[in-house]
Ligand binder design. Structure first.
Ligand SMILES: Nc1ncnc2c1ncn2[C@@H]1O[C@H](COP(=O)(O)OP(=O)(O)OP(=O)(O)O)[C@@H](O)[C@H]1O
Ligand SMILES: [Mg+2]
Length: 877
């Protein structure tokens, strides 16, 4: 089949990018053909057309304007597609045949530059290794952040998946093959992300090492602390190889690898991060109602991203935590400092992403101006920090480079109000470059210059009628009438003789002409060239920009925590290495925000070497789950360096927070509700240490009562006797409260008050145990039909009776006929019915005689089992 030459070129290029949608530049459009066109028109909702492709006839086509391509590309990558961008790499018409085209960049979900959320990273992740040995590298091409770590040991696979879930990569890169497939399935069962498999060779030690040599130069292993982390090296090498292949760019924004180890931060597994709703709500995954939502008052995107990382990765070293707390304390205590900092930070743009765009060569003049504006804010921030006492301020102040040289360059070189496009001129400021100035003058003031020249020549020659003219053939000329010819000076060059006049040119006039004609064109080109030179100069300083941006981010995150502390009326926790967790009048940071002011009831907690494990009982809706999450959140906040909502707190650093909270299905991962519950418990008992904090909310409720009680009891015994972790254990199995015979186990309960039928929730957590769950009252509160509630009450009373007397209740447990018919009012005579009535009797409102009557009647009912007696009895009420 013969295709047109252009279509042949298309197909040839497409061959190498089978897994991507090819954006093929044709004039002012990027066009897509064949299946790509079908996919793109569907996904982007753009019109599908067709194009003659030669003998093949019309083939499907659709296209997007080149200047809007970025948005379309990011829409496609957001849906998990890859886009290969194929550009014309020579001017149209400059050669013979069709223009040369090449793929200049492959945009994948993990390498897209546009359309991203400001305050979160967009990671491309690479995983090397298998089984008990993994290397992991994560890159954010938009900021230049490059992380690597290595996970080994029995739990390596689980830790890897936790890290993947924490980083929430847009794309995961794996070596193909069996192991890769298994890993891909495991990752995909946990989060929605694009998986790219690539040649296993890039992850091999040799290839990876060479890649790092090439990118970072020699001695990278020592510089980044990678010498004894071969798997991290393999992951990082594979990652860079992929970036090289897709970005076709020098990737200068990745100046270093930040190597970290699992033991450096508080470990939070996926369950804990989810359950505590740190950055995404359980309900819909949004930010609203999360800890981050409460704490995020950052003013810059960089600060926002860093704060998110702090919350997801609390610290373990008390000194480091206190360093943050010192800074937060200083800011929280100084409204003027905070205010000045807010004003300064407000002027800072996303320097990290700007720098990356500069390196990529996609930054326009407005981006550079945004960078300039950010640089302008630095001196103020630095001087505020220099005046501060906190050590962290001093450090960040040292990290910050005002970059006055860059600022001056941008200030002198760039126009104040440049257009979006860098190919239309209007970028360079007057006075920066003499040629730009004269070109600009030429196009603006050309006429004036000619008039000036004309006047000067008149003066010089004394020819009063001399004038400057223009025609298409000769361009500008000086015209002299025949009468004045003898006055023409020697340097005039004759060009044309007409009847009455002669036309001349001079070198000066020709120079002027050159300047005027095409000045506009040349100006645009020169401005573009100068702009790219300036951009290149800025790109050369990317390291300085990133370092400074990092420091600004840190200051912004501290500012945010201080702001949250002031707004929320938080206190500074005392954080140290003691084995105690004592909080006075703690509050749940999120729930207290959602409730009306002052409505949240504060509670204490104490866990130390005497009180190790709290069994928390209390009615439904009393606030058990809230209390337990609150304790976990307060610890986490403190270790992230935040103040906490409490009156006072001492928090001994915990190594890990475990949560087993609520029932969640993970059907996709092939686990039932109860199975999930049990495997989470397995993780806890096998990984928790004495320094951990364990939250277990109603463990065992997903199975039959007796199984549940038995499992719960065995877990408590194990946790307190073998693990020794600080534990909060809530349950409705009131039988468990007798476990307080074990050393370290204490009973606490969330108090309620009974008022007749009603329960009043006091929300106070106090020593003691609950004996009832008031589940039926809560069911009634929830609006369950009265019939059902009544019936439940009867069944409950009967069950309780049975427990007491083990007789006389068989009748009630049989489903009554009436109930099957939908009505539950007419129940058979039962002990339960009598008790129900007794319960609903207002004892203070009846006379002793009436009371006696009731007793007699009930006695009769119970001994006779007489239905009618019950009815009579009811009628009396
Ligand atoms: N200390 C408190 N102050 C004010 N309101 C609270 C407090 N604690 C909890 N609440 C409110 O009570 C509601 C129920 O709390 P929670 O879910 O913790 O109860 P629970 O005891 O775990 O109930 P269940 O046994 O049904 O799981 C919360 O959604 C919250 O609105
Ligand atoms: Mg609960």
């Amino acid at each position: 089949m013969a295709f047109t030459p252009m279509m042949k070129q298309y197909l040839q290029i497409k061959q190498n990018y089978q897994d991507a949608i090819l954006f093929f530049r044709l004039g002012d459009f990027y066009e897509m053909f064949f299946d790509d066109a079908l996919t793109a028109s569907r996904e982007l909702e753009i019109t599908l057309t067709g194009r003659e492709a030669g003998e093949a006839g019309r083939v499907p086509m659709c296209g997007v304007p080149y200047h809007a391509a970025g948005t379309y590309i990011s829409r496609l990558t957001a849906k998990g597609f890859k886009v290969a961008v194929c550009d014309q790499i020579e001017e149209a018409g400059s050669g013979r045949g069709i223009v040369r085209r090449e793929v200049t960049r492959v945009v994948t979900p993990g390498t897209v530059l546009e359309g991203l959320e400001d305050k979160r990273h967009n990671f491309l992740l690479a995983v090397a290794g298998a089984d008990k040995e993994f290397g992991l590298a994560a890159a954010d091409v938009t900021t230049g952040l490059l992380l690597a770590t290595q996970l080994t040991g029995e739990k390596a696979a689980a830790m890897l998946l936790d890290e993947v879930a924490r980083l929430e990569p847009a794309e995961v890169l794996l070596a193909g093959g069996n192991n890769g497939d298994k890993l891909a399935a495991a990752v995909q069962s946990r989060l929605r992300t694009a998986i790219t498999t690539c040649d296993a060779a890039v992850f091999l030690p040799d290839g990876a090492g060479r890649m790092l040599d090439k990118h970072f130069g020699p001695a990278w292993a020592q510089r980044f602390g990678l010498h004894n982390r071969p798997l991290a090296v393999r992951a990082a090498g594979g990652l860079l190889a992929y970036l090289n292949r897709t970005q076709k760019n020098d990737l200068r924004q990745f100046g270093r690898i930040q190597v970290y180890s699992a033991g450096q931060y508080m470990m939070l597994d996926t369950a804990a991060r989810r359950n505590l709703e740190l950055t995404a709500s359980l309900r819909d995954g949004s930010r609203w109602g999360t800890l981050l939502w409460v704490l995020d008052h950052t003013l810059t995107a960089m600060g926002g991203r860093l704060l998110k990382t702090w919350i997801e990765r609390p610290l373990l070293v008390a000194a480091e935590i206190n360093e943050r707390l010192d800074a937060v304390a200083e800011l929280a205590g100084d409204v003027f400092l905070r205010d000045a900092l807010r004003r300064a930070l407000n002027g800072v743009h996303d320097m990290e992403r700007l720098a990356a765009r500069v390196v990529y060569g996609t930054a326009n003049a407005r981006d550079l101006l945004a960078l300039k504006g950010s640089l302008a804010a630095l001196p103020a921030i630095k001087s505020l920090l220099a005046g501060g006492r906190a050590a962290l301020f001093k450090r960040m102040c040292d990290e910050m480079d005002e970059m006055t040289d860059l600022y001056r360059l941008l200030q002198t070189a760039l126009n104040e109000d440049p257009p979006v496009s860098v190919r239309e001129g209007g970028l360079i400021r007057d006075g920066y470059h003499s040629e730009v100035d004269s070109l600009r003058m030429a196009s603006r003031d050309g006429k004036k210059w000619l008039a000036g020249l004309e006047a000067a020549e008149k003066e010089r020659t004394g020819i009063r009628s001399l004038k400057v003219g223009f025609n298409k053939v000769f361009g500008y000329y000086l015209e002299v009438t025949r009468a004045n010819l003898e006055l023409v000076p020697a340097d005039y060059i004759r060009k044309q003789t007409l009847a009455n006049v002669e036309r001349f040119i001079t070198p000066e006039l020709k120079k002027l002409e050159e300047t005027i004609l095409g000045a506009e064109d040349r100006l645009v080109q020169l401005e573009y060239r100068l702009f790219t030179e300036i951009r290149e100069q800025v790109a050369g300083q990317v390291r300085r920009i990133q370092r400074t941006a990092g420091a600004v981010a840190c200051v912004d995150a501290l500012y945010s925590l201080a702001e949250a502390a002031v707004k929320g009326n938080y206190v500074r926790p005392q954080v140290d290495d003691c084995d105690r967790l004592v909080v006075r009048e703690g509050r749940h940071p999120v729930i207290e925000q959602v409730l009306a002011r002052g409505e949240f009831v504060p509670n204490d907690v104490r866990l130390d070497d005497r009180e190790r494990l709290i069994i928390l009982t209390g009615p439904n809706m009393a606030g058990k789950s809230t209390y337990m999450r609150q304790v976990a959140l307060l610890v986490l906040m403190a270790q992230a360096g935040s103040f906490i909502p409490a009156a006072q707190a001492q928090i001994g650093v915990v190594d890990r927070i475990f949560t087993r909270v609520g029932a969640s299905d993970d059907l996709a991962a092939g686990q039932s509700t109860f199975m999930v519950e049990m495997s989470e418990c397995q993780t806890i008992v096998s990984s928790a240490t004495r320094r951990s904090l364990v939250i277990m909310d109603e463990v065992g409720r997903g199975t039959s009562t007796y199984d549940g009680i038995s499992i719960a009891r065995a877990l408590v015994e194990y946790l307190v006797c073998r693990v020794g972790a600080k534990t909060l254990f809530s349950t409705h199995y009131h039988e468990l409260t007798d476990l307080d015979c074990l050393p370290g186990v204490r009973n606490y309960t969330v108090k309620v008050q009974e008022q007749g039928e009603e329960v009043v929730f006091l929300r106070r957590v106090l020593p003691g145990r609950a004996d009832r769950s008031y589940g039926i009252q809560v069911a009634r509160l929830a609006g369950l039909p009265a019939g059902i509630v009544e019936r439940a009450r009867e069944i409950l009373l009967a069950l309780e009776c049975r427990r007491e007397s083990a007789e006389n209740t068989a009748v009630v447990l049989e489903t009554p006929d009436a109930a099957r018919d939908g009505g539950v009012r007419d129940v058979p005579v039962t002990a339960g019915a009598v008790l129900t009535e007794l319960a609903s009797l207002n004892a203070l409102d009846i006379t002793p005689l009436e009371a006696l009557n009731f007793i007699v009647r009930w006695h009769e009912m119970l001994t006779r089992g007489d239905e009618n007696a019950v009815r009579e009895c009811r009628a009396d009420f």
